[in-house]
Design a protein around this ligand. Structure first.
Ligand code: NAD
Ligand code: UGA
Length: 478
């Protein structure tokens, strides 16, 4: 019989757990959603009365949380109670790349998933459907199932029973709400038909039935890794062609338009930029590399590893290029960085191209003024592994060579670009395309450079201005 779901617990209140449960709560008012996390700080932020202080910035998320919180959406650190009351449990914890031990640098670290499975085994009551929401290597469901099966056998609790499903999440940050509200597809993998139908029934409250796909559990796990690998592959492909465009006089935007018009290729995901970031592309491809090697397929592993290598090369290519254009040295030179998040409309900086590019420039002695509309200076400190030097801005008699390799944050680009040798656009925040480039041009130290690694500055806005201009993949760069 298809289980009637009244109470859902989601373990992990991160970039996936939070928005996913918020949208589900919005679409399924008769179900109670309890999002739990071990991080008290995160849960406190989710419960903040000021919706600007939610731990995640995502367009429209605040409205939904405001609408559903404390009605059928709750955030708490009480794992035990919420697990024990749940009919269905989503595991939505982080699965980063292992940093030590077997598979270090490639395999996913499943320690948080395993801890969750053990917590579920300990606290759950009766029949519970456990759903893998995190992105997991193929066959992880088996690990979860083993732990839960052992609990079933050894428990003194009556009727303890579990089914495990895989239901990977395909949302992209910055468009998470839209992606969740009208997904291209919902993928559910599993063995138990009724468990699959229970989960499908929830999604069918707002997702058309033909978009809810059922597969076996291993196909579902592998499809998630493959989707990210294919997407990342497109970016490395277009970035590699962008480098060739710069060398040959072609223009990557024109090439992208020409190939994207072929309906077999399609026009999306062909924007050349500073290299892909985000918490998942690199981690998921490396996981695929690990799995391929593990299953004796080194050629497959090498093919996918190339995508990550190209991405890393491309990021360092941009920093080298900036240094070359600034007469081979950036030491003591003031450079304004526009954008630190890995893409626009998110405050997430994980694996952001800005981290590598800024660190390269700081290593060379540059003095960076970093702006981002949503990323806090504290986060930039963590990512760069260097403290912010607020004195750079405060000093009246500024001699930047005293600040070699230091950085500070800025909220006002127009004021703070005074005397800078260069401005580099690293994230495609819309507001950067709207800047008063004439005013910026007047403030830069000449000869100055503007580097647009996102191709967002409209050419007509900078025509005739007094700075050199470089943009990604443009063979007419001077
Ligand atoms: P995240 O780091 O933002 O959130 C994970 C949360 O889990 C953290 O708040 C952490 O405190 C919590 N947690 C860890 N162990 C716990 C435990 N035992 N009990 C309770 N809470 C625990 O991660 P995320 O970005 O939300 O990603 C989660 C998973 O979803 C990953 O596997 C990721 O690959 C996948 N995914 C992420 C995205 C994305 O856009 N970020 C999209 C699709 C899939
Ligand atoms: C990506 C996938 O798009 C989601 O489907 C998936 O669920 C998610 O990873 C995940 O598993 O975590 P996300 O990383 O949030 O989503 O954002 P994307 O829009 O995919 O962008 C990733 C990176 O590629 C960003 O740095 C972005 O700037 C870059 N990018 C994207 C480009 O450089 N060019 C493009 O044309 C598109």
């Amino acid at each position: 019989m298809v289980k009637q779901i009244r109470n859902i617990c989601c373990i992990g209140a991160g970039y996936v757990g939070g928005p996913t449960m918020a949208v589900m709560a919005d679409r399924c008012p008769s179900i109670q959603f309890n999002v739990v996390d071990i991080s008290q700080e995160r849960i406190k932020a989710w419960n903040s009365s000021n919706l600007d202080l939610l731990p995640i910035y995502e367009p429209c998320l605040d409205e939904i949380v405001g609408r559903r919180r404390n009605k059928n959406l709750f955030f708490s650190t009480d794992l035990e109670n919420n697990i024990s009351q749940a009919d269905m449990i989503f595991i939505s914890v982080n699965t980063p790349t292992k940093t030590k031990g077997l598979g270090a640098g490639q395999a996913s670290d499943l320690k948080w998933v395993e801890v969750c499975a053990r917590q579920v085994a300990k606290f759950a009551k009766g029949y519970t459907i456990v759903v893998e929401k995190s992105t997991l290597p193929v066959k992880t469901a088996e690990v979860i199932k083993n732990i839960l099966d052992a609990a079933e056998l050894n428990s003194e609790k009556d009727n303890l029973k579990f089914d495990v499903l895989s239901n990977p999440e395909f949302l992209a940050e910055g468009t998470a709400i839209k992606d969740l509200e009208s997904p291209d597809r919902v993928l559910i993998g599993g063995d138990d038909k009724e468990a699959i139908l229970s989960l499908s029934k929830i999604y069918s409250n707002w997702v058309p039935k033909n978009k809810i796909l059922h597969t076996n559990i291993w196909s579902s796990e592998l499809a998630k890794l493959t989707a990210n690998a294919f997407l990342a592959q497109r970016i490395s492909s277009i970035n590699s062609i962008g480098a060739l465009c710069e060398a040959t006089g072609a223009d990557v935007r024109e090439v992208a338009r020409a190939i994207g018009s072929d309906s077999r290729i399609g026009s999306k995901f062909l924007d050349s930029g500073p290299g892909f970031g985000g918490s998942c592309f690199k981690k998921d491809i490396l996981n695929l590399v690990y799995l391929s090697n593990y299953f004796g397929l080194p050629e497959v592993a090498n093919f996918w590893e190339g995508i990550v290598k190209l991405n890393s090369w491309h990021q360092h290519r941009i920093s080298s290029l900036v240094i070359k254009k600034l007469f081979g040295t950036v030491s003591g030179k003031k450079i304004c960085i526009l954008g630190f998040s890995f893409k626009a409309n998110t405050n997430d900086t994980r694996e952001s191209a800005a981290i590598n590019i800024c660190n390269d420039l700081l290593e060379e002695g540059a003095v960076l003024f970093i702006h981002d509309p949503k990323v806090k200076a504290k986060q930039i400190e963590i990512d760069l592994g260097r403290k912010e030097n607020k004195y750079i801005k405060k000093s009246k008699d500024i001699n930047y060579s005293n600040f070699d390799g230091n950085w500070c944050s800025t909220q006002n680009i127009l004021t703070d670009c005074e005397g800078a040798d260069a401005v580099i656009v690293l994230t495609e925040w819309y507001e950067y395309s709207e800047l008063n480039w004439l005013e910026i041009s007047n403030k830069l130290r000449k000869p100055a450079w503007v580097f647009d690694a996102r191709s967002i500055i409209p050419l007509e806005k900078i025509k005739g201005l007094n700075f050199n201009f470089w943009r990604i993949g443009d063979g007419s760069n001077n």
